[in-house]
Design a protein around this ligand. Structure first.
Ligand code: SIN
Length: 275
């Protein structure tokens, strides 16, 4: 297995492996790369849905996403689809999957089945690097804060976002709970400090009024979006991207109108997070 960094802040490309036949030793190396680099890119795989599920189960239990349409016959696999005649894409803004859950997902394994001839890249940003770059005084101020996260405004019955996606999303009645998490968490495995707010699902700061929370969150979002914290992946069919939802954000670019883009995503269950 070869591991090469995609940028200094985030991401590693893994070559010369077949995830269907990984030894326990190789799997341990892959797990270390995943924790250390936040997102790993594994090129040229040939996965059936059963292979994808079997690979996912080596990492953790599967966390079935309640809002995405599933692949027929495979409730564990969510479809990430944009047809040639559709305009909205899933994940087209910076976000962290499942931060609206009490126990957020550990990560996601996205497998490319159909990729447009150009465009449709995905960006990831490191919330460890973004946190590290803040001043000590600012880190101290953030350390006592709790953020509120929600799925209601994205997936709920009145959410404009979900309405635009037709049958690609559903189950709006399940978008009822909010979750509170520290603004800065320690990674459950590495202990690294991470900024844990995101533009998709964070809706406020506990005990702050909306204007105060908006100002702080906008500052953090502008800060964390700086290109020096990012990596960008140009997909080919058969590629896997697997990211850590605790330590990264991601953003699926929507620049390929008129072409189909189709991927399968499995989300992995996480463990409780804390400051
Ligand atoms: C997602 O947000 O899970 C979709 C990412 C992508 O389509 O690249």
């Amino acid at each position: 297995m070869n591991i090469s960094l995609t940028t200094n802040a985030i991401g590693a490309e893994i070559t010369d492996i077949d995830v269907r036949t990984l030894s326990d030793e190789a799997f341990a190396d892959l797990r270390s790369a995943f924790i250390e680099h936040g997102v790993i890119f594994i090129r040229d795989q040939n996965l059936s849905p059963e292979d994808h599920i079997a690979f996912a189960k080596r990492w953790a239990d599967i966390d079935i996403n309640r809002f995405f349409k599933a692949v027929d016959g495979y409730p564990e696999i969510a479809e990430v689809l944009k047809e040639a005649d559709q305009t909205g894409n899933i994940g087209g803004g910076w976000h962290t999957d499942h931060s609206y859950d009490q126990v957020p997902a550990m990560g996601s394994i996205l497998y490319a089945r159909e990729i447009p001839p150009s465009g449709g890249d995905t960006l990831w940003a490191s919330m460890g690097a973004a946190y590290d770059a803040l001043s000590d005084g600012f880190k101290e101020m953030l350390s006592g804060l709790t953020a509120v996260h929600s799925s209601r405004h994205i997936f709920g019955a009145n959410a404009q976002y979900a309405k635009e996606f037709g049958d690609r999303l559903g189950n709006a009645e399940s978008a009822t709970q909010d979750a509170e998490h520290p603004v800065v968490i320690a990674h459950p495995e590495s202990g690294r400090k991470l900024l844990y707010v995101n533009p998709g699902f964070t809706i406020g700061i506990k005990g702050w009024n909306p204007a105060e929370a908006h100002a702080l969150l906008q500052f953090l979002y502008q800060h964390a979006q700086q290109p020096m914290f990012q990596t960008r992946f140009k997909w080919r069919e058969g590629d896997i991207a697997m990211w850590d939802n605790r330590s990264t954000w991601h953003f699926a670019l929507n620049d390929y109108h008129g072409h189909r883009r189709y991927l399968h995503r499995i989300t992995l269950a996480g463990v409780p997070i804390a400051a």
